[in-house]
Design a protein around this ligand. Structure first.
Ligand SMILES: Cc1ncc(COP(=O)(O)O)c(C=O)c1O
Length: 469
C-alpha cells in the first residue's frame, strides 16, 4: 500500500491520503470506516483533486444525520442526493433488506421472476395517477430515462408509426447520464465532451427567467406560454416525426426550477393534439418530494410515462423504473405469445433486495404519512427559505415542495466557486450537507425533517452565505 501512496504523492495528492490514513478513529470503529488510500477511486461528478485534498467522508447515517469517521454528526440537508426521503437507515427498511438477502439473493430477470417484483409493481402502479398501471424496473434514474425513450420509440414502431423518432427535451433539463438522457438533457457540460449524441433531438426552452420569476414561492406565475414552443418545434419537424417529449415537473439538478403555473397542462394538451407521448421524469419529484406520490398528481396532469428512482427505496438499494399507461403496454402485447415483446431489460431489473427495500419504503411512507407531512411542511419550509432574501450575494430563491434553490452571485472569473465553498464549509464547519449546482445552493432534506431542523438548516445556510461573501 505504501507504494500506492508514494504514487499518489508524485501526482500531488499523497498528502491528503496520508492525512486521511492518520485520521483518528473512535475506539469501537471498524477499520474499514477510514479509507486506506484515496488514489484509486475516481469520484463521479466531483472535482477529484480538490476532494482528495480535503475529503468529505461519511461513515454512517441515521434518520436526519450523517456521521463522519471520527463520529461528528452532520445534518442532511439534501436527503443524500434527493433520495433518502424516509430518512436514513430506517429500521423497517434495513430489516427488509436483511431478510431478503437471507431468503433470495437473485433470480433471473429475463424469463423468470420472483413474487416481490409483482407486488412492488402493483404498489407503484396504485400510487400513480390515471391508467399509469404497468411498471418496468431498472436500477437508476439514467436507466429509467433511457428505458422510457426506448419504449416511446418502440411504441410508435409497433403501431406502424415508425417515422416518429424525434425526442424533445428541454434546456436545463437533467435526465441522467446515458446517451439518451444526455441527448434530451440540456446541460452543456454533460453534453459537449461526448460527441454527436442521439440524432434527431430538439429542446424546449428552459422555464426559468429571473427577470419574471425572482423570489417566487412555489410555481411562478410567469411562463406557461413557454409550453407553446412545442408548437413551433412541431411546425419545424412535423408531428409525424416526433415520438416523445420528456421534462422534469421541477428541474432539480440545474437549481430547483419549478414548472410555471399552467405550463404542464399546456404541454399535455399540445402533446395530445399531435399524438406525441409525454414523459415526466420524476426521478427527483417522485415519492413525496412535492407533497404527493408523484408531481403529476400535484399538477393534475397524467403523462404517458413516469420515470422514477431514488425515493422508491429511500436511497437504500439502487432501483429505478418506468410507469406506463395501459395503452402503451397493450400496444406491445400482440404477436405470437412465446416471442419477447420488448427487447430491453437489465440483469438487475427488479432485483430482490431492491424490491424488498421498495416495499418496506412504501409501507413507511404510508404508515407515517410522509407525503402528507411534506405537504404540510411546505409553507413553513418556503417561509424559512425566503428568510434568506436580502442577504448579500443572494440573487434569487426558488422553492416548491420540500426543495429550495438559492442563487448566489459569482465572484469575478470564478463561476461556481462561491457555492462550492459554501458546500465545503457547510460540511467541515457547520456540520450540514448542502448541494452546490453551478452557483446555486440546493436544499432538499429527508421528508421526515422537523420544524426545528428546518430552522437549523436555514440558520446554518445564512451563516454560510455570510462566510463566503
Ligand atoms: C430528473 C432526473 N433524472 C434522472 C436522473 C439520473 O438518476 P441516476 O443518477 O440514478 O442515474 C436524475 C438524478 O439526479 C434526475 O434528477
Amino acid at each position: 500500500m505504501s507504494g500506492r501512496i508514494t504514487g499518489a504523492s508524485e501526482r500531488g495528492i499523497g498528502k491528503a491520503a496520508r492525512e486521511t490514513k492518520a485520521m483518528p478513529s473512535a475506539p469501537a470503529q471498524r477499520a474499514s470506516a477510514v479509507p486506506n488510500d484515496l488514489e484509486a477511486y475516481w469520484l463521479p461528478f466531483t472535482p477529484n483533486r480538490a476532494f482528495k485534498a480535503a475529503p468529505r467522508l461519511i461513515a454512517r447515517a441515521k434518520d436526519m444525520h450523517y456521521y463522519t469517521p471520527d463520529g461528528r454528526a452532520v445534518l442532511d440537508g439534501t436527503a443524500g442526493m434527493w433520495c433518502t426521503n424516509a430518512g436514513h437507515n430506517r429500521d423497517p427498511i434495513v430489516a427488509a433488506i436483511r431478510a431478503e438477502a437471507a431468503e433470495l439473493d437473485y433470480a433471473p430477470a429475463f424469463q423468470f421472476a420472483h413474487p416481490k417484483a409483482f407486488e412492488l409493481a402493483s404498489r407503484v402502479a396504485a400510487l400513480a395517477p390515471g391508467d399509469l398501471d404497468h411498471v418496468f424496473f431498472c436500477n437508476s434514474g439514467s436507466e429509467a430515462v433511457d428505458t422510457a425513450l426506448k419504449i416511446a420509440l418502440a411504441y410508435h414502431n409497433v403501431r406502424g408509426e415508425g417515422a416518429r423518432t424525434r425526442l424533445i427535451g428541454r434546456e436545463r433539463g437533467y435526465h441522467g447520464v446515458g446517451f439518451g438522457g444526455i441527448s434530451v438533457g440540456g446541460i452543456v457540460n454533460n453534453r459537449k465532451f461526448f460527441g454527436a449524441l442521439l440524432a434527431g433531438v430538439d429542446h424546449l426552452p428552459a422555464t426559468y427567467s429571473r427577470e419574471h420569476q425572482a423570489f417566487s414561492k412555489g410555481e411562478p406565475d410567469w411562463g406557461a406560454q413557454l409550453a407553446d414552443e412545442l408548437e413551433r418545434i412541431v411546425t419545424l419537424h412535423d408531428a409525424s416525426t416526433i415520438a416523445a417529449v420528456i421534462v422534469e415537473p421541477m428541474a432539480g439538478s440545474t437549481g430547483v426550477l419549478p414548472a410555471p403555473k399552467g405550463y404542464l397542462p399546456r404541454l399535455r394538451a399540445i402533446c395530445d393534439k399531435h399524438g406525441i407521448l409525454l414523459v415526466f421524469d420524476e426521478v427527483i419529484t417522485g415519492f413525496g418530494r412535492l407533497g404527493h406520490a408523484f408531481a403529476a398528481e400535484r399538477y393534475g396532469v397524467v403523462p404517458d410515462m413516469i420515470t422514477f428512482a431514488k425515493g422508491i427505496t429511500s436511497g437504500s438499494v439502487p432501483m429505478g423504473g418506468v410507469i406506463v399507461r395501459k395503452g402503451i403496454y397493450d400496444a406491445f402485447m400482440r404477436g405470437p405469445a412465446h416471442v419477447v415483446e420488448l427487447f430491453h431489460g437489465y440483469t438487475y431489473s427488479a432485483h430482490p433486495l431492491a424490491c424488498a427495500a421498495g416495499l418496506a419504503t412504501l409501507d413507511l411512507y404510508r404508515e407515517e404519512g410522509i407525503f402528507e407531512r411534506a405537504q404540510k411542511l411546505e409553507p413553513i419550509w418556503a417561509e424559512a427559505a425566503m428568510g434568506l432574501k436580502g442577504l448579500h450575494n443572494v440573487l434569487d430563491i426558488r422553492c416548491v415542495g420540500l426543495t429550495a434553490g438559492i442563487d448566489l452571485a459569482s465572484r469575478p472569473g470564478e463561476v461556481g466557486k462561491r457555492a462550492y465553498d459554501a458546500m465545503d464549509q457547510a460540511f467541515h464547519v457547520e456540520n450540514l450537507v448542502i448541494r452546490a449546482t453551478g452557483e446555486t445552493i440546493a436544499l432538499t432534506p429527508p421528508l421526515i425533517v422537523s420544524e426545528r431542523e428546518i430552522e437549523d438548516i436555514f440558520g446554518k445556510v445564512a451563516r454560510l452565505i455570510k462566510a463566503v461573501a
